[in-house]
Design a protein around this ligand. Structure first.
Ligand code: ATP
Ligand code: MG
Length: 230
């Protein structure tokens, strides 16, 4: 049977550094209830991406633990972990292949109907259908070039199709034109529904839709509030 995560994340006394000489997170404790959307903000080097990497198990804590539904991530089967926690980063938006392949990355057995439904859910279907070969367009070929906003929409469709309990998103810093910005925000709200989300937020509009905003500095949370209180 497949294990299904509820998406409850907890950091418990986490200490972490990339090497013995420097500590990035001295003692980090945080409880993220299932279904909550967290916006992480703070100065460069504060440790936001490091937190995201610990949740995706790119690294393990030196001390303390990160748990999912009270299970230490180190005790989860890698397959269960990959299904439960999906990270969308700015660098890995697209790989060489068709638009359909790119959307189906986290679910290789997806049918064309499921791929289309995921694209439709996040509002990516219109521009995809307008590409020279639609879903079969090679994203690296001439004519297959897609804009920064469109790339982000494709990655949202991918995450929507994978349907993880926990979504981690390192939001793109690239500035978008107003219509794209609007589309991304709408897509994001659809994507966040019914799952836990940790978003390293660069847009004010993203901070506004979060349930909770964490401000980080030097590996610590210096503010933890609702967007309205900040
Ligand atoms: P930004 O807003 O610039 O993305 P951030 O809050 O995401 O910043 P992190 O990327 O978590 O910050 O980096 C925290 C600290 O860890 C920084 O001092 C950074 O130089 C260091 N660091 C990040 N990645 C590595 C790595 N792979 N090896 C060594 N040090 C690293
Ligand atoms: Mg970062």
């Amino acid at each position: 049977d497949l294990w299904t995560s509820r998406g409850h994340i907890r950091f418990d006394g986490v200490r972490f550094g990339y090497n013995a000489a420097t500590t990035i997170l001295p003692d980090f404790t945080l409880d993220i209830p299932a279904g909550q959307t967290i916006a992480l903000v703070g100065t460069t080097g504060a440790g936001k991406s490091t937190l995201a990497k610990l949740v995706s198990r790119f690294y393990d804590p030196t001390e303390g633990s990160v748990t999912l539904d009270d299970i230490d991530l180190r005790r989860l089967h890698p397959k269960d972990l990959r299904r439960a926690i999906v990270m969308v980063t700015q660098e890995a938006y697209l790989f060489s292949g068709t638009v359909a392949d790119n959307i189906a990355l986290g679910k290789p057995d997806a049918t064309m109907d499921e791929i289309r439904a995921a694209a439709r859910a996040v509002g990516a279907d219109t521009f995809i259908e307008a590409l020279p070969d639609g879903y079969d367009t090679d994203v690296n070929k001439r004519g297959g070039r897609v804009s920064a906003g469109q790339r982000q929409l494709i990655s949202f469709a991918r995450a929507f199709l994978a349907d993880p309990a926990v979504l981690i998103l390192d939001e793109a810093t690239a500035s978008l034109d107003m219509p794209s910005e609007r589309m991304i925000q709408d897509a994001l709200q659809t994507l966040l529904a019914d799952r836990t989300a940790i978003i390293i937020a660069h847009r004010l509009s993203t901070v506004a839709i979060a349930d909770r905003v964490l401000v980080m500095e030097h590996g610590r949370i210096i503010e933890d509030d609702t967007p309205a209180e900040l």
